[in-house]
Design a protein around this ligand. Sequence first.
Ligand code: S3P
Length: 167
Amino acid sequence: MHNIVLIGPMGVGKSTVGRLLSARLGFQFLDTDALIEERCGANIPWIFDVEGEAGFRLRESQALIELQERKSAVIATGGGIVVTPQNIPLLKALGTVFFLTASVDQLVARTSRDKKRPLLQVDNPRKRIEELITLRDPLYRSVADYVITTDIKGTKGVVGQIMELIK
Ligand code: S3P
């Protein structure tokens, strides 16, 4: 069985859904952000601070290349993984790709107290979220095998829907 790959914006619940889904499937749970931090020995805010977003994106592509050997895993990805063109074929090669979406209101609510996402440490995070979505939505859709709206389903509902789609 190949992998399940979760893509989508910050705060949509990729890690929460990914953990539950992996437990249900008996798959390993992997997360590109966690892999980057492990390889680098530093957290994401530090990487952005010291190496800039460009440095982080390089590490993100390296993580994706490293993951190509994996099988039977649920892989959650960082929200910006689709902005690097070379990542697009790498994501598709990993497995079945699910794009999780939510309304801007939900994304703002779910990230409002967050200090660990450097791109949201701005005066107007809602505006930033809207800008990122406008830019990235077509990219997510170009990679996705399935698009899942998460707004009213809750984690269990989303996991249930993915289980139905892959059976
Ligand atoms: C980012 C999303 C983050 C993380 C980094 C950049 C982005 O991951 O990779 O802060 O560009 O949207 P999550 O989507 O898991 O928050």
